[in-house]
Ligand binder design. Structure first.
Ligand SMILES: Nc1nc2c(ncn2[C@@H]2O[C@H](COP(=O)(O)OP(=O)(O)OP(=O)(O)O)[C@@H](O)[C@H]2O)c(=O)[nH]1
Ligand SMILES: [Mg+2]
Length: 231
């Protein structure tokens, strides 16, 4: 390693992020032109992102055309799970794009091109399971949701602040497990507030259905706010 490697690396990272931001801006214009509201769902591996979508989609069918783009490093397992709900699902396998641990605006643009936008009002993007990198890459979304499960510990917002700082909503998932854990829910919610005092917060369980009505109401309110509601 030479003395110059440091600044060069910083310059490359800066250029990658700037290029991503340009494509994200194009995505945002495209989503607006198509009247599609886009929610980027971030969270650690196994925090319950796909389970949340599996519980959400049946509740949305009456009112919204839903589509999903899902990113994983390997396998199309999550897209298959979503497709079983009867909605279009496009899997991005990032090991085909260098194994990235996050989605980027360019790969989302390519996946979006495979969907029939005229049939979609609400597009969920399930980001790669990772509480760090996805937050650095704007995808052109309308809102960002972080799913943090009660099994991850109350300190995670403080240790991985960027995702919480970037979020519009933090969903504390798997609350049906709270009776079996030592988790201090008050302290967890305080830690979310410390990182992002204005963020919306909800506690829910995709398994028991607790809190799902609040989440559905939040989505409906965001749809209204975005002005992208067609039904
Ligand atoms: N008890 C309980 N388990 C849940 C809940 N939601 C998800 N799980 C379980 O948590 C595990 C991971 O759930 P997934 O939905 O696959 O998590 P994910 O965030 O999509 O995972 P990746 O896509 O791999 O990052 C599975 O075993 C689910 O059954 C919940 O509300 N309660
Ligand atoms: Mg998943």
């Amino acid at each position: 390693m030479t003395r110059n490697d440091g600044p060069q690396k910083v310059d490359i990272v800066t250029r990658v992020l700037a290029a991503n931001d340009r494509i994200a801006l194009e995505n945002r214009k495209r989503f607006a032109a198509d009247s599609v509201m886009v929610i980027d769902i971030m969270g650690s591996p196994g925090s319950g992102k796909t389970s949340l979508l599996e519980a959400t989609i049946p509740r949305l069918k009456e009112t919204s055309g839903t589509g999903v783009i899902v990113g994983d490093i390997a396998t199309a397992r999550d897209a298959w799970r979503i497709a079983l709900q009867g909605v279009p699902a496009i899997q991005i396998v990032t090991e085909n794009f260098g194994g990235a641990c996050h989605l980027e605006a360019g790969t989302v643009a390519e996946a979006y091109g495979k969907l029939d936008a005229s049939a979609i009002d609400l597009l969920f993007i399930e980001n790669v399971g990772n509480l760090v990198c996805p937050a650095e890459f704007d995808l052109g979304q309308d809102a960002r949701v972080v799913v943090l499960s009660v099994t991850e510990g109350e300190d995670k917002p403080l240790k991985y602040p960027l995702a919480f700082h970037e979020a519009d909503l933090v969903l504390i998932s798997k609350c049906d497990l709270v009776p079996y854990l030592d988790i201090d829910m008050d302290s967890l919610l305080e830690n979310v507030c410390e990182v992002n005092p204005r963020v919306d917060k909800m506690v829910l369980s995709a398994k028991s259905g607790q809190g799902m009505d609040d989440w559905m109401a939040w989505l409906a309110a965001r749809m209204k706010m975005s002005g992208k509601m067609t039904s």
